[in-house]
Ligand binder design. Structure first.
Ligand code: DX5
Ligand code: ZN
Length: 229
């Protein structure tokens, strides 16, 4: 994984056909997705359940690029090795998921994976002030985690604050929740470079009709880059 700040669109397979993850990952990559965002939920840290490392391992051969695993689980540490072995390129853990996020980020990097730290909407930017040299990605949640298709909560001020804190460190800012053609420009202008989008990418398409995925990805990218289509 090389670092750059170009806009990257990361479709969340939470909005895809759960019976067809492999084909869905191949379809979104063929339609222009930069990363594939994989939402892991435990029914404890968030009020919803998805899947675990075995599903991630099964999906992995169907992704050519970056597999971006967002852990909405607590505790995190006992599962890091399993997600690393499943082939994650990035593993993000929530700062709210336990008392030892610093140790968690060390453990993720220790497993040979890029380390991400996620912030719920109510958590201030200052929560990562002492983690900036331990992290490769800061995920700013623009919904309360647990479900796709929720309304965007504007966190542009937090993104700007983080961008200034990061300085010239090679740290991505990722936005997760409610990203579409209307909200993408706000967060891109504030300094985000990775845009997760579930419903806004998968709407209107399917594995047998993947063209709309491409149209949606191109529209979000163009909006983020300031060129409305
Ligand atoms: C929310 C997840 C998001 C979600 C985004 O808990 O972390 O990745 O799938 O979905 P949309 O884009 O539909 O808000
Ligand atoms: Zn997510």
């Amino acid at each position: 994984m090389t670092f750059d700040r170009k806009i990257k669109i990361a479709p969340s397979i939470l909005a895809s056909d759960f019976a067809n993850f492999g084909a869905e990952c191949e379809a979104i990559e063929a339609q222009g997705a930069d990363w594939v965002h994989v939402d892991v939920m435990d029914g404890h840290f968030v009020p919803n359940l998805t899947f675990g490392p075995a599903t991630c391992a099964a999906i992995r051969p169907h992704i050519k690029g970056v597999m971006d695993v967002h852990l909405m689980i607590a505790p995190v540490d006992p599962y890091i090795d399993a997600f690393a072995q499943a082939g994650a390129d990035v593993i993000s853990a929530h700062v709210e998921a336990g008392p030892h996020i610093h140790r968690t980020l060390q453990a993720i990097r220790g497993a040979g994976v890029k380390a991400g730290v996620a912030l719920n909407p109510g958590t201030p930017a200052s929560a990562v002030a002492h983690l900036l040299d331990l992290t490769d990605l800061i995920c700013v949640m623009t919904v309360n985690p647990g479900f796709g298709g929720q309304k965007f909560i504007d966190m542009s001020a937090k993104v700007k604050e983080l961008r200034a804190m990061i300085g010239d460190r090679p740290v991505h800012i990722e936005i997760d929740g409610g990203v579409d053609v209307n909200t993408a420009p706000l967060v891109a202008q504030a300094g985000a470079d990775v845009l997760v989008a579930g419903s806004a990418v998968f709407k209107g398409g399917s594995v047998s009709n993947p063209g709309p995925y491409g149209e949606n990805i191109r529209a979000i990218r163009a909006a983020a880059e300031g060129v409305y289509v």
